[in-house]
Write a protein that binds this ligand. Structure first.
Ligand code: HEC
Length: 153
């Protein structure tokens, strides 16, 4: 009887432990450092992906280019969540205060950039001038946002 009780007790403790361990990362929010470094990493990733998109698209390898365009689109969607109020400064951020003063405009621009990548993927193959399309729907958005929301570097 006592043994049975002990086994039950240990099982109980065991499950509580597992549950705590598993739920810990899910419940804890990203720290300020993780958020700022995380968004920098996402932007850097988008930059290297954009360069690949440019190469594939101008070579006429549209399937590869399109896959990467959709990847960039997803990245932009994710990025919207990486600018909470408490990440205005620190960790060498180049984000300008104007982001939080014009949060709606900033988010709109991020969502537009995301949607433009989807549009780019749908038109690129039949576009008259691939480079013009890339500039309009991809590179143009980097510039539009950086000129207002990212510190000169
Ligand atoms: C809607 C706004 C927005 C768009 C669109 C955007 N960026 Fe940025 N980008 C930012 C902001 C804000 C930062 C500064 C982030 C920080 O330092 O916390 C940044 C930072 C960067 C960085 C530096 C990352 C680092 O390691 O510090 C690179 C590279 C970059 N962007 C490339 C691009 C490229 C390439 C595009 C287009 C394909 C692009 N961005 C589109 C807002 C944007």
């Amino acid at each position: 009887m006592l043994l049975k009780y002990n086994i039950f007790f240990f099982k109980y403790i065991f499950f509580i432990l597992i549950f705590t361990i598993l739920s810990f990362p899910a419940n804890s929010e990203l720290s300020i450092e993780e958020t700022i470094k995380g968004r920098k990493a996402l932007f850097s990733k988008n930059y290297s992906t954009a360069k690949k998109v440019q190469i594939f698209a101008t070579k006429g390898e549209f399937d590869k280019a399109k896959t990467l365009m959709l990847e960039m689109s997803e990245n932009y969607k994710n990025l919207v969540k990486y600018f909470p109020e408490n990440t205005k400064e620190g960790f060498k951020t180049e984000a300008l205060p104007s982001i939080w003063e014009n949060k709606e405009e900033f988010n709109d621009l991020m969502n537009k950039s995301s949607n433009d990548m989807i549009e780019l993927a749908s038109i690129i193959e039949n576009s008259d001038d691939v480079k013009v399309s890339l500039n309009k729907l991809m590179w143009g958005n980097c510039k539009a946002c950086h000129s207002k929301f990212r510190a000169p570097h």
